[in-house]
Design a protein around this ligand. Structure first.
Ligand code: ADP
Ligand code: MG
Length: 261
């Protein structure tokens, strides 16, 4: 677990302001970053992971300024970035390496502890029995679960996931999000997960950050994620979907959502 602190983060690409003066702190939670396409979600995650240099502002992990790529930060991508021709286990173990021979030679050098962690991580995402299956033979949901396992192997204290279920059908998306939440809980990592599907987010988030045009519009807990707030972020279509599809909600919650719609 760790504390991520973002202070006055701004990122400009030429004339485009992708992030504007964003500040927040998250601490030992499963936090969902909401916002429509172009809102700045990927830019924010890439700044935290050191893949993108902020224009201004500061990022701290447990009080230490982040600079460049950090071993204590695990990343799970939308397109899972796996090596399709090798097994789930080798992928979990060696990360996204360009070619199979590199992955296999690296495999020889991994210590026993790392190998055990790879198997633990595959077990967490329910793929221990499929550990030796080629990724190319797996479903999209299974592949994304391998991506989650890989994000856990370096023992991160913070895991970032950029629209990890964007390319999946709704029921696979729910299932994969369930595994991601379980993984964060079991491995005790703070998680910052971007999603554009509000109904899925509402099931899993401990807290919700809303980005619109690079600005932080809200920072709320589950009880405060009202359709009115979601409307502000997306317009009304998603709000109707939230009330209609969120079948796991209690009757009372559902009623509250319907009344506010
Ligand atoms: P999201 O992930 O929420 O869809 P992004 O962070 O990808 O949003 O993009 C935020 C804004 O920054 C968009 O206007 C996008 O076009 C712009 N942007 C993102 N990456 C780049 C880049 N490498 N070069 C120029 N503009 C970019
Ligand atoms: Mg994005």
């Amino acid at each position: 677990m760790s504390t991520l602190t973002i202070e006055n983060l701004t990122k400009e690409y030429g004339d485009v302001t992708a992030l504007e003066d964003v500040s927040f702190e998250i601490d030992d939670e499963f936090v969902v970053l909401l916002g429509e396409s172009g809102a700045g979600k990927s830019t924010l995650l890439r700044c935290v992971n050191g893949l993108t240099e902020p224009t201004s502002g500061d990022i701290y992990l447990d009080g230490e300024a982040i600079s460049g790529s950090q071993p204590e930060v695990g990343m799970i991508f939308q397109q899972h970035n796996l090596v399709e021709g090798i097994s789930a286990y080798l992928n979990a173990l060696t990360g996204s390496l360009a070619d199979t021979s590199t992955a296999e030679s690296l495999f020889q050098r991994q210590d026993r502890e790392t190998k055990t962690r790879a198997l633990d991580a595959l077990e967490t995402v329910g793929l221990l029995d499929e550990a030796h299956q080629r990724v190319s033979e797996m479903s999209g949901g299974q592949q994304q679960r391998v991506g989650i396992a890989r994000g856990l192997v370096q023992n991160p204290s913070l895991v970032l996931a950029d629209e990890p279920v964007a390319s999946l059908d709704p029921s696979s998306a729910e299932s994969v999000m369930g595994y991601l939440k379980k993984a964060a809980t079991v491995h005790e990592v703070t998680a910052l997960v971007s999603l554009h599907q509000v109904n899925i987010a509402a099931h899993f988030g401990d807290r919700f950050l809303g980005l619109r045009e690079g600005r932080l519009m809200f920072d709320v807990g589950p009880d405060e994620l009202t359709p009115a707030l979601v409307d502000d972020l997306y317009g009304s279509v998603e709000t109707v979907a939230l009330a209609a599809t969120d079948t796991d909600q209690t009757g009372e919650e559902k009623q509250r959502l319907e009344v506010e719609v």
